[in-house]
Write a protein that binds this ligand. Structure first.
Ligand SMILES: NC(=O)c1ccc[n+]([C@@H]2O[C@H](COP(=O)([O-])OP(=O)(O)OC[C@H]3O[C@@H](n4cnc5c(N)ncnc54)[C@H](OP(=O)(O)O)[C@@H]3O)[C@@H](O)[C@H]2O)c1
Length: 242
């Protein structure tokens, strides 16, 4: 079964982690992929035969230039993002700006410039976070940026509905990718920190990239055609119980 045959999908953050898992699964399901991220070599490692677009999604003029060349799209998975830790008082203005740029402005610019390239009935998935639903300590700017991203999904669902275009956000809990690894490495005892992170959800484990990709792909595909404007936690139940 190749339900995405003949569909062209853009995946950002496709050089690693959740974006890479989405790209590989979508290719297996028949999609034509455009992969974006800053490091071209990682995009090539994800899928050597896809179209690779080295792009910093925080740069308006670069996103605009990419959009000028971009063929019509049937969907987008906007997974690029990054994490800086710190509370409100401990986060400098430049660090705050980086979190907003990386996690909110980038997806905004892509939707702003690529909206006209979306085919009617396209589907867009934004990768938010369960910490954009419930606050955690020590990641203030990231939490705030992801909460804004969730609202962007809802606003776009409203704006694009007349064209039959859907927009949803997925809100993962911790998944053991490079992003989480970097955070664990900075802990005094990384193994203990990993164990503690796994205890914050009732399933008592971290998520896997493929599990988040499966939800994103459900939201991209025809089976979810009446689902739009949602923010769906995928976090082993953490946001339901804590
Ligand atoms: N892992 C988790 O526990 C978790 C939980 C909830 C939500 N998320 C979200 O899931 C998404 C994917 O994260 P991940 O866990 O898969 O981490 P990851 O492996 O670090 O992936 C992040 C990707 O984003 C790209 N990226 C970062 N800044 C960018 C920019 N300015 N322009 C273009 N691309 C950029 C990076 O590639 P380049 O550096 O090459 O550009 C990288 O491929 C992120 O939005 C993250 O916030 C992750």
């Amino acid at each position: 079964m190749k339900p995405f045959l003949g569909r062209r999908i853009l995946v950002t953050g496709a050089g690693s982690g959740i974006g890479r898992a989405c790209a590989r699964r979508l290719e297996a399901l028949g999609a034509e992929l455009i992969l974006a991220g800053r490091r071209a070599e990682l995009l090539r490692e994800t899928l050597p035969h896809a179209r690779h677009v080295p792009l910093d999604h925080t740069r308006d003029e670069d996103v605009q230039a990419f959009a000028r060349d971009c063929p019509p799209l049937d969907g987008m998975v906007l997974a690029a993002g990054s994490l800086l830790t710190g509370g409100v008082e401990g986060t400098s203005a430049p660090a705050f700006d980086r979190m907003i740029a990386s996690n909110l402005k980038g997806p905004w610019l892509l939707c702003h410039h690529l909206g006209p390239s979306l085919r009617d009935a396209a589907s867009v998935v934004l990768v938010g976070s369960n910490v954009g639903i419930r606050a955690i300590p020590d990641s203030a700017a990231y939490c705030v940026a992801k909460a804004g991203l969730h609202m962007l999904a809802q606003v776009l669902a409203l704006e694009w509905a007349p064209r039959g275009i859907r927009c949803n956000a997925v809100a993962p809990g911790p998944v053991h990718t490079a992003m989480v690894d970097a955070r664990l490495r900075s802990a005094p005892d990384p193994a203990a920190a990993l164990h503690a992170l796994a205890q914050v959800n009732p399933m008592r484990r971290l998520g896997r990239e493929e599990e988040v990709a499966a939800l994103a792909i459900h939201l991209l595909g025809d089976e979810s055609r009446w689902t739009t404007g949602t923010v769906i936690p995928i976090d082993g139940g953490a946001s339901a119980v804590f």
